[in-house]
Design a protein around this ligand. Structure first.
Ligand code: GLU
Length: 266
């Protein structure tokens, strides 16, 4: 197989809430530990790794006994501030058990628009990576209002990949890859193993529902792919629910690579 995580220089891994947080609102610790083990393996090989992790709202809403279903923005923000500290603690503790320093970075969409803020964030990442820390990134949900939210971490992860000139972006997802149609609804849907260009045909295959393909939706994943390809970064969508989800990517055929036309060279 041509594309391998093991070949990457700099990897951004996006972890979705549904993988990380169980139905009772607790962190799936065995799963997270197995992800961290994979990350540590990459780190020990000398690869740079950054984690973009969701889960703050999912963790905080249970803790605050907020209702299920859609929350108001201010409830989401309150939940995020409670959940984020739990999330950061879990990552910090698990990375520290391997002797690795975790570093929390919270970003907003505005940080990508304002040149000075963009440069500051970029410099911080570069310094952290030089010091061999592993950045754990999320949207700064408590200050991001509706209009200025990324809202989903797929695009945030693509932005981070661009900032650090990553060559590999991994979206760990609740689906196995990119299909010609929603596989839950269409028995004829087939997985596309490699996409080189986001043609109108590909975009049409994503459908228009934000929810039918899981939390971030396929549309936000394609937007992330577009951003990644523009910065010459390959991106993979792969199932994340298994233990050791990063290692698994190099072992299974079921996944979708989005590859920049300018061929990725190792
Ligand atoms: N930033 C949100 C959180 O940490 C989630 C965004 C997403 O699911 O992509 O809860």
């Amino acid at each position: 197989m041509k594309h391998k995580i093991a070949d990457a220089n700099c990897i951004v891994v996006k972890v979705g809430s549904s993988l990380l947080v169980d139905e009772l609102g607790s962190i799936r610790r065995p799963w997270l530990e197995s992800l961290i083990n994979d990350v540590v393996e990459c780190w020990k090989r000398g690869q740079q790794v950054l984690l973009v992790s969701s889960g703050a709202i999912a963790l905080g809403r249970r803790h605050l006994h907020l209702k299920s279903g859609t929350l108001h923005l201010e409830e989401k923000q309150a939940a995020a501030s409670v959940g984020q500290i739990k999330l950061a603690h879990a990552y910090q503790e698990m990375l520290a058990s391997h002797g690795i320093t975790g570093a929390q970075v919270l970003l907003t969409l505005e940080d990508s628009k304002d040149e000075e803020r963009y440069r500051n964030a970029k410099n911080t990442f570069e310094t952290l990576l030089k010091l061999r820390a592993i950045p754990v990134i999320n949207e700064n949900d408590t200050v991001a209002t509706a209009e200025i939210r990324f809202g989903d971490n797929d695009r945030l992860a693509a932005l981070v990949a661009k900032m650090v000139n990553a060559d590999t972006l991994i979206l760990l997802s609740d689906i196995e890859g990119f299909y010609t149609a929603n596989p839950q609804l269409d028995p004829l849907a087939t997985l596309i193993p490699e996409v080189k260009q986001l043609t109108p045909e590909i975009l049409a295959m994503a459908g228009d529902s934000a929810t039918q393909f899981g939390s971030g939706g396929m549309i936000s994943k394609l937007t992330a792919a577009q951003m990644a390809l523009e910065s010459n970064c390959r991106m993979v969508i792969a199932a994340g629910k298994h233990l050791n989800p990063l290692k698994r990517i190099d072992q299974v055929a079921t996944k979708t690579w989005f590859v920049p036309e300018l061929e990725f060279e190792t």
